[in-house]
Design a protein around this ligand. Sequence first.
Ligand code: LFR
Length: 492
Amino acid sequence: NNSHCYFAVDLGATSGRTIVGTIGDGKVELEELTRFPNNLIETGGHFYWDIYALYFEIIKGLKLAAKRGLEIESIGIDTWGVDFVCVGNDGALLRNPISYRDPYTFGVPEEYFANAVSKEDVYRATGIQFMNFNSLFQLYAMRLAGNSALNNANKILFVPDALSWMLTGKAVCEYTIASTSQLLNPVTKELDPRLLDSLELSGDMFGQMVTPGHRIGTLTEEVQKMTGLGPVPVIAVAGHDTASAVAAVPAKDERFAYLSSGTWSLMGIETKEPIINNVSYDRNFTNEGGIEGTTRFLKNICGMWLLERCRKEWGEDAPADYATLLADAMKAPAFQSIINPDDETFANPADMQEAIKAYCRTTGQHVPEGYAEICRCIFESLALRYRQVAGWLKEMAPFTIDTLHIIGGGSRNDLLNQFTANATGLTVLAGPQECTALGNIMLQAKASGQAGDIFDMRRIIADSVSIKRFDPQDHDLWDKAYGRYLEVTGKQ
Ligand code: LFR
């Protein structure tokens, strides 16, 4: 038997999974071992992630793998970006990490630019889009508040690195996850000394900077005993979930755009060099780290978050089945109500449906009623926002974009895929849904010599999954709707 087996941990902001990937005969297959919720815990005026619960879920997944007699060659962890854990002198975690959904960084970037480093200088040094929750601003907010975990920190580890540390006792700073912090300079590929100084931090607190494929260490004896596994190596994969997803886009060459569709919609291209100029600054595009020295030049768009929140609110008043929900949305009239999904009123409203209705009311549009109309409004508006961002991307890309790969959980939404093709005028190739896990597994395969470079990995993936094609239709209709979108959203 010449197949090889790898263990992936994929943690998102709402749920996490452990997955086993098997590579053999030039194909890759995934099996989900466990799935569990990732909860936001509110206490003492903050929202935290429960890192111990996540660690425990990883242990449970590893135990299951051991029980099944799976011969795991290595383990890799990817998570959402920006959040981090402080570690004390004695090696213990200094409480749970604060979540990026915690509003404690609202208004902090402005304070930072006024008192520490200017906005232009931060962008020039990092090329990272401004979002209030970037680690830079979280750390600054903690400093201003005299946060005792930070005050006593000997190490600061990003979430995937913190979990690897708990499994191996080895501290690293993986490049792709570090890039989300807005502390990393994508040209020197080091943490920026001036930004570190502004936070009174030193670079070595973050651990040794490593790139995807690095072998961090092996499971500690403690973990071996708990799980029944041997000294299995833990590999630094692309620790940022979006970097893992982009690594797994089943593209044949470099001339593609991607839309990684989950709670967030990340739309961008892969480039050899960062793109940091006045236009990228004005459009707030980011240059996050990819694998093999590539740059993920992209923009965050509010994605399924709108729908996820609405579905929670609807409960049993809307079909639980996704296909029925989409079919009902199709029965609602087209282009009645258009919103800007990235309007700040949708970031974390108490009532998402009410926020959408209020937006339509203030902009003098039809106020959507019922789940079908609201769904239609969300999907059409997302597609129109995609067109806007794709347009900016086309202006800045160093190559002609003709294909958009939609990957991640949101790629199973045929309706939105078709809308996206119509709105952007691009051919959409949808799938796989499991891009993040596939990227995580392939990076491990590459580290153990079972896969070659990025395009070899992508070929193995393309040979293993099915991809659906959507060609643009109804051009005039969508063009007219885009005109309305620009009017409603005030051209920004
Ligand atoms: C997606 C993601 C995005 C990042 C956001 C917050 O899961 O990692 O790339 O901007 O979460 O960390």
